[in-house]
Design a protein around this ligand. Structure first.
Ligand SMILES: [Zn+2]
Length: 245
C-alpha cells in the first residue's frame, strides 16, 4: 500500500513541475487562440460582405436585363396604340404600358438602392481589411514569443514527461483514474499531505483518528473537506528526497 501512495505522490510532484513549465507560457497560448478566432471572425465577415456585394451586383444585372425587355415592350405597345380599333383595346394597351413603366421605375429605384448597398459593403470591407493585416502581425509575434518559451523549456519538459510516463506506468489504473479526476477538480493538486495536523490542499484540520490512520500508510484516504487524496508526511519526505525537486 505504501508503494501505491508513494507513486501517487511522485506523480503529483512531477505534474507540479510540468504545470510550472506550462505556467511560464502564461496567457500566451490563450492570447494566440483568441487572436486567431478574432481573425477567423473577421475573415468570415469580410467574405460574407463580399458575397453580399456580388449578389447585389448580380441582382442589378438581372434588373437591367428586365428593364431592357420592359422598355422594348413599352415601345411595342406604344407603336400599337396608333393601330387600335376601339376604346377597349386602347385601354388595355395603356394599362399594359402603365404597368410596364411602373415596373421599370421600381427596378430603377431598386438598382439605385442596390448600388448604395454595394458601396456601403465595399467601404465596410475597406475599413476591415487593415485589421486583418494587423491581426496577422500580432499573431505572428505572439506565436514566435510562445515558441521561444517552449523551446527554452523543451528539454526540461521532455525529461519530466519521461519521468511521468515511468511513474504513471507503476500507478494502478484505478488510482490513476482517481488521481486524474481529483486533479482536474482540485486545481491540479490531487494528492495532499497531512502536515501539522492539516490537509496541505485546503488547510482544514484532519480529524485525529484519521491522522493516525494516514500515518500508518495502509489505505487510500481522501480529505473530508476538499476531496484530495491524503498521504503522510513520512511518504512526502521520502518522495521529495528521492526526486530531489
Ligand atoms: Zn483538504
Amino acid at each position: 500500500m505504501k508503494e501505491r501512495l508513494t507513486y501517487l505522490y511522485e506523480l503529483q510532484l512531477i505534474d507540479n513541475q510540468l504545470d510550472e513549465l506550462e505556467q511560464l507560457r502564461g496567457d500566451l497560448p490563450a492570447i494566440v487562440n483568441e487572436l486567431n478566432s478574432q481573425l477567423n471572425g473577421l475573415m468570415e465577415s469580410i467574405a460574407s460582405k463580399d458575397h453580399q456585394k456580388t449578389e447585389a451586383q448580380e441582382r442589378r444585372n438581372s434588373n437591367e436585363t428586365e428593364i431592357d425587355t420592359l422598355s422594348q415592350d413599352v415601345k411595342r405597345f406604344k407603336s400599337q396604340l396608333s393601330k387600335v380599333r376601339n376604346n377597349k383595346e386602347y385601354d388595355a394597351l395603356t394599362k399594359q404600358i402603365d404597368f410596364a413603366e411602373d415596373k421599370i421605375k421600381a427596378l430603377i429605384k431598386e438598382n439605385v438602392d442596390l448600388e448604395n448597398q454595394a458601396e456601403i459593403l465595399k467601404n465596410e470591407v475597406t475599413e476591415l481589411s487593415p485589421r486583418v493585416d494587423e491581426l496577422q502581425v500580432e499573431i505572428k509575434d505572439k506565436e514566435s514569443e510562445l515558441k521561444k518559451i517552449i523551446q527554452a523549456n523543451e528539454r526540461e519538459e521532455a525529461i519530466f514527461l519521461e519521468k511521468r510516463k515511468a511513474v504513471a506506468e507503476r500507478v494502478k489504473k484505478n488510482d490513476l483514474n482517481t488521481y486524474t479526476r481529483i486533479r482536474k477538480a482540485c486545481d491540479g493538486v490531487a494528492v495532499a499531505v497531512v502536515f501539522r495536523k492539516a490537509c496541505t490542499g485546503c488547510n482544514n484540520v484532519v480529524p485525529p483518528q484519521r491522522q493516525l490512520e494516514i500515518k500508518q500508510n495502509k489505505k487510500l484516504y481522501t480529505c473530508e473537506s476538499c476531496g484530495r487524496l491524503l498521504i503522510s508526511e513520512e511518504i512526502a519526505n521520502e518522495v521529495k528526497s528521492k526526486l530531489k525537486f
